[in-house]
Design a protein around this ligand. Sequence first.
Ligand code: FAS
Ligand code: PHB
Length: 389
Amino acid sequence: MKTEVAIIGGGPSGLLLSQLLNRAGVATVVLERASRAHVLGRIRAGVLESGTVALLTEAGVGARMMREGIPHEGCYLSDDDLMVRINFHELTGKSVMVYGQTEVTQDLYEAQSAMGTTILHGVEDVVIECAKDSAPVVSFLHEGARRTLTCRYVAGCDGFHGVSRGTIPAAKRQEFERVYPFGWLGVLSETPPCSDEIIYANSHRGFALASMRNPTLSRYYVQVPLSDRPEDWSDARFWDELRRRLPSDTAEAMITGPSIEKSIAPLRSFVAEPLRWGNLFLVGDAAHIVPPTGAKGLNLAVSDVYYLHHALIDALKRDDTRGIEGYSDLALQRIWKAMRFSWQMTMMLHHFEGEDSFAAQMRKASLAHLARSETARRELAENYIGLPF
Ligand code: FAS
Ligand code: PHB
């Protein structure tokens, strides 16, 4: 097999890159380990930055998002019963879109099918060779046979546990990491959301998040110890704990129901540098992970795709390699700013086991400052709606 760009991974970053490149006349092949149904079964991100909405629209996959997505002009941060509204629209003139990653991925798969692009599912044992100095060769198992794909460039869109990052020799890579001593227990329930806007709740019992997917589908999280498992949490226990962490009037009015999905996601901050090794480029979770407190994970993957698709089109269509030469440094500038914001939101809103009373006071003071300072709220809003590409 031969193509211009081999894309490892058929999650949101791989699919969006394939969509944008094929619309520009660049040929791709996407190699995905899981089935399409498995990829679409993952419940993940829910908030799209304004830049993500714009790029999905440019890619021709924005129609259902604009019909079914919910624009949000603000969100709340709470500290027990103190509620602070961050009015994105008033402070920045922009808003975010609540539209699940599952839906984004579904829209991309449908658009890719309509374009007739090549996406191979059930691919195993992907090996990327010759990426450093010449035309990469990607070999893999598919339908019981070993196959090879030669290409000009490889985009590693295969997530945190993929093979792309490890293709760059450890001696050539620098990794930065912070692992948080807790996870997020997430529940999806077919109930009306308890609030019209997302609530990030700090409480003396720990963090909670109240979000949604649509007017009849709610998404909630509570901070839990890493030792917990989803089966440790009955629905009744989850709803009781969530109510204890949300402002009391919100908790009292909350409508609960059976969970239709329950899972625990660990939290970490991670960046691998550089994002380029010869003709191999790292994209999205293959290169970085953020704690979901800042709603940046999916949006950072889109950010990388924004920079890389322009760079690859310039190289393949205009023989201009400045974009691919500068991809890593340019993408990392925005990655580190989102990394900082996600870390800051996580430190401000979570209870750390064994912390002293001073740490709890610092969290309270941060929220009290947000309540009184428009400057502080604007700084948070600018980061939350997404810094410019
Ligand atoms: P993905 O991991 O989505 O996709 C990588 C793809 O590559 C997968 O389909 C995988 O099957 C495939 N793959 C892996 N190895 C391969 C191999 N060797 N060969 C071929 N294919 C391979 N972000 C938010 O903004 N908000 C959230 O609330 C949020 N919640 C999350 C919850 C969980 C449990 C997880 C894991 C992540 C969450 N994220 C959240 C972050 C998440 O949305 C990611 O940022 C987003 O999926 C990144 O997209 P990709 O870079 O495409 O990586
Ligand atoms: C979600 O709706 O899943 C969600 C919203 C905001 C976040 C993280 C997750 O920061």
